[in-house]
Design a protein around this ligand. Structure first.
Ligand code: NDP
Ligand code: VSD
Length: 324
């Protein structure tokens, strides 16, 4: 009787306490705060959609903002709209992230960056068979190689910033960068690539007080999505609907607050939060509370993942049956 109650006590009190203590000891890198006010925030793809919303909000939070994209016309429109809304002048740079030299001269001209947000991205949803090679290359080149170009160009200066406080390199992934989705072979590959990049990069730059964040939005109402929807396979839309959709402003707000708290994973909605738990794998986790939820939730999240996969494969089976 005494032994049974002792083991019960150890189960409900000692075990959770030791788990929390263990996680408190383990969790690395340590949590941090990255201020945005009076810092130089450089946002690529800042002339449209999520990037434009990020630029608006960073400017209104007191940052010095630079935006980069290809079309000068769209950049100038963005500059005007931010000036109108916040009274703040943002610097604009026209460059294609596929061209390293162009990226490098824009970044050199912009001056030392505190927070680099690699948000530029293109997405065309097609079955691999219906996707010409150049379309696959387009996504890999802009989403993945473009991000390498940006980081390679910005990092030397970011590393040499002394006494300017913590820096951040934030990458705009997607929920399709956490789980592969029908129609997104190339897009998912480009966004999964960012995750590997981010994990390795954080280890390399943490010693210079530079932190890395990965942002995982669901479908977001932007000019890019409007274009994508014109030729998206039906199954892609049905599966993506599992996570609903958001406004660019909401995504930008959550992204900036995640960047400020130095979070490695930044989910944008409840489904995104669940996806982060389900795909935690060996990614770094800076928060003891999140680590605790991941550990406790691991089994149940695996079951939830299998349920989602089941529902997606049922959709695919039905779709094929209908076609026959
Ligand atoms: N909208 C959505 O549903 C979701 C989007 N995302 C990601 O969020 C990011 C932004 O998407 P969203 O706002 O929808 O996209 P938009 O198409 O609305 O905007 C894309 C931005 O990237 C710029 N850009 C595109 N290609 C290049 C290039 N080669 N060099 C430099 N800049 C470039 C565009 O300007 P220009 O064309 O003038 O170069 C534009 O400013 C992307 O990385 C996307 O993958 C993630 C999840 C969901
Ligand atoms: C175990 C818990 C699971 C939780 C639910 C998972 C739902 C996943 C849905 C993924 C949707 C992907 C949308 C991509 C949006 C995007 O990036 C494009 N619009 C741009 O091409």
């Amino acid at each position: 009787m005494v032994r049974a109650s002792l083991s019960l006590i150890s189960l409900i009190i000692i075990f959770p306490i030791s788990l929390v203590l263990l996680l408190f000891f383990l969790v690395r890198p340590r949590p941090t705060q990255i201020p945005i006010k009076n810092r130089h925030v450089f946002i690529t793809g800042g002339s449209s959609g999520i990037g434009l919303a990020l630029a608006h909000q960073a400017a209104s939070q007191g940052a010095q903002v630079s935006i980069l994209a290809r079309s000068l016309t769209k950049l100038e429109e963005a500059k005007q709209s931010i000036k109108l809304a916040t009274g703040i002048d943002v610097d604009i740079y026209s460059a294609d992230v596929r061209e390293f030299e162009a990226v490098k001269s824009a970044i050199d001209e912009a001056g030392p960056i505190d927070i680099l947000i690699c948000n530029q991205g293109v997405f065309v949803a097609h079955e691999l068979e219906n996707s010409p090679l150049q379309e696959l290359k387009f996504m890999i080149d802009i989403n993945l190689m473009g991000t390498f170009h940006l980081i390679k160009a910005a990092l030397p200066n970011m590393k040499s910033r002394v006494g300017r406080g913590p820096g951040s390199i934030s990458l705009m992934s997607s929920q399709a960068g956490q789980v592969g989705i029908y129609g997104y072979t190339a897009y998912s590959a480009s966004k999964f690539g960012l995750r590997g990049m981010a994990e390795a990069l954080l280890q390399e730059v943490i010693g210079y007080d530079i932190h890395v964040s990965l942002i995982f939005p669901p479908d977001t109402d932007t000019p890019g999505l409007l274009e994508e929807n014109k030729s998206k396979p039906e199954i892609t839309s049905i599966i993506a609907a599992s996570s609903g959709s958001m406004k660019a402003n909401e995504v930008a707000k959550i992204a900036l607050s995640g960047i400020r708290s130095g979070r490695f994973f930044i989910p944008c909605n409840l489904e995104g939060f669940a996806l982060c738990l389900a795909t935690a794998g060996m990614s770094p986790q800076r928060s003891v509370l999140m680590a605790l939820i991941e550990v406790i939730g691991a089994g149940i999240m695996r079951i939830a993942s299998l349920c989602f996969q089941w529902s997606w494969y049922v959709i695919i089976e039905k779709w094929h049956a209908r076609k026959r």
